[in-house]
Design a protein around this ligand. Structure first.
Ligand SMILES: [Zn+2]
Ligand SMILES: [Zn+2]
Length: 156
């Protein structure tokens, strides 16, 4: 995982002016595993940087992505999510609560994807959809309750 200093160096290489807002975005993204969206970043920074704009967030993210420090995940058509872990890995999206979590992809799987891909392919995104553990348990609780009521009726 990269440091804020490395992030600043890459932004500078990309020709970006290093501002306190860009540094704050780097600090916020660095080491995060919850894949924040631009809305989330905007919300978290707005208090300290009332003039921050979505344009600054997106352009900073794009520069980081171009220099290989960040993945921009377009998992749904409403928003993108930022992932400061540039190593290939899969993402699991909970369709109930929206949580986006990482899962590992074995090297041989990645190799076989690359083998079959056009030569110009430069990135891979693998998404799985379903229910996260928390939501699955919630679901089970809910689907159990009508059953319990039925059994209570039988006992009476
Ligand atoms: Zn969930
Ligand atoms: Zn991730």
């Amino acid at each position: 995982m990269w440091t804020v200093e490395e992030g600043i160096a890459r932004l500078r290489e990309g020709g970006a002016k290093i501002t306190s807002q860009r540094i704050a975005i780097l600090r916020l993204l660095k080491g995060r595993t919850d894949h924040p969206s631009a809305d989330q970043i905007y919300g978290e920074l707005r208090q300290d940087f009332p003039t921050i704009s979505y344009a600054t967030i997106y352009s900073t993210a794009q520069l980081l992505a171009d220099s290989g420090l960040l993945q921009i995940l377009s998992i749904d058509d409403k928003r993108v999510h930022f992932d400061p872990n540039p190593q290939p890995h899969g993402h699991f999206r909970c369709q109930a609560c929206g949580a986006l979590t990482d899962f590992p992809i074995a090297d041989n799987v990645l190799h076989s994807i690359r083998d079959g891909a056009p030569e110009g392919a430069h990135s891979v995104q693998i998404f799985l959809y379903g229910l996260c553990d928390t939501c699955r348990q919630e679901n089970e609780k809910e689907s159990l309750s009508p059953l319990l009521t039925e059994m209570e009726c039988v006992e009476v």
